[in-house]
Ligand binder design. Structure first.
Ligand SMILES: CC(C)(COP(=O)(O)OP(=O)(O)OC[C@H]1O[C@@H](n2cnc3c(N)ncnc32)[C@H](O)[C@@H]1OP(=O)(O)O)[C@@H](O)C(=O)NCCC(=O)NCCSC(=O)C[C@H](O)C(=O)O
Ligand SMILES: [Mg+2]
Length: 285
């Protein structure tokens, strides 16, 4: 799957039991969708949601949006059947909840060959084992589960997410060390645009690829914040041009806007341009 070339600015959760939301998502500006069978689905609805989702993925057209199915845990009565139901389906990714060790990833890998796996990072043990989880050869992405993590830590909500910073940082380090996609947790107050924007900006500045969302009203802000701005694209082009000019004169350092530009900054500049191109290509598809 062309994960590297695909943006993950906005990753929208949809409860697998909500027929109207499943239909609506075909026209929403999400880069990826998490079709949820876990916490957004009531116990009595689990089997119905699995059947509805399986049928919907066969018939509905989600275009190039990445289709991620979040199954129930393997320690529940539904987990193994959820995984089996989406083998050979149009699911692009299986998302495993509450991953605390690489063994949790392996348990799902044993049930479903070929499909890339993502891990929900949302337990205290998962934070401590983030490196071994990220190293699992079948894993291509991580999603922060900040509600469950806050619950486990018994921490209080704060706009700066102080209590979650250690876990967020450990998972980012692990994901980047192993070349994985990593998406930030949800912002629960889905009508609070200013709060969402601030949390998106914090996640972007930390290095996350995008944000998980719970309501369509959150899409526009996440897409905007996690896209390179026109000023960033313009700066990246000027840095590349200035560095190439410096190299032509046998120098390894250029200066742009009073700041040095070295080879490593050019790597970042090229990543910015590649991300902008991927977003443009996705938008045009
Ligand atoms: C939060 C909601 C329950 C609100 O639902 P509702 O009251 O129906 O909202 P609206 O009336 O404002 O909806 C307007 C229209 O938008 C559609 N809609 C709503 N939500 C979605 C969605 N997520 N995806 C697609 N479409 C959606 C409605 O159908 C309306 O459509 P229309 O009829 O055309 O007007 C609801 O938004 C919701 O259920 N959100 C998802 C909640 C969820 O998935 N939670 C689980 C994930 S969070 C989590 O567990 C993260 C992690 O594990 C952790 O630990 O942190
Ligand atoms: Mg959770």
């Amino acid at each position: 799957m062309a994960h590297q070339a695909h943006p993950f600015r906005s990753v929208l959760y949809i409860p697998g039991s909500k027929e109207r939301a499943l239909e609506k998502a075909q026209g929403l500006a999400a880069d990826a969708i998490i079709f949820d069978l876990e916490d957004a689905v009531a116990h009595d609805e689990k089997i119905h949601a699995r059947d509805l989702l399986r049928k919907t993925l066969e018939t509905a057209d989600y275009g190039r949006r990445i289709r991620i199915v979040r199954v129930n845990g393997m320690d529940t009565e539904w987990g193994r059947d959820d995984v089996a139901a989406f083998a050979g389906s149009k699911a692009d990714v299986i998302l495993i909840p509450k991953v605390s060790s690489a063994a949790h990833v392996q348990a799902v890998a044993d049930l479903i060959p070929d499909v890339p796996l993502w891990a929900m990072m949302e337990t205290a043990l998962g934070m401590l084992n983030a490196a071994e989880i990220a190293a699992h050869p079948r894993l291509t992405g991580m999603v922060m589960g900040t509600n469950d993590l806050a619950k486990e830590l018994t921490s209080r909500f704060r706009p700066d997410r102080l209590a979650l910073q250690t876990g967020l940082g450990l998972c980012l380090l692990a994901a980047r060390a192993h070349g994985l996609t990593i998406v930030d947790g949800v912002y629960n107050a889905f009508k609070d645009e200013d709060g969402l924007r601030a949390e998106c900006e914090q996640g972007r500045d930390m290095g996350f690829d995008g944000k998980t969302l719970i309501h369509p009203a959150q899409l526009e802000i996440a897409n905007e914040v996690f896209s390179p701005s026109s000023a960033e694209i313009e700066l990246a082009n000027r840095q590349i041009a200035a560095f190439e000019e410096a190299e032509r004169h046998g120098q390894g350092v250029a200066v742009v806007d009073g700041k040095i530009v070295e080879n490593l900054h050019i790597v970042t500049a090229r990543q910015t341009l590649a991300k902008a191109e991927a977003i443009a290509a996705f938008g045009a598809s």
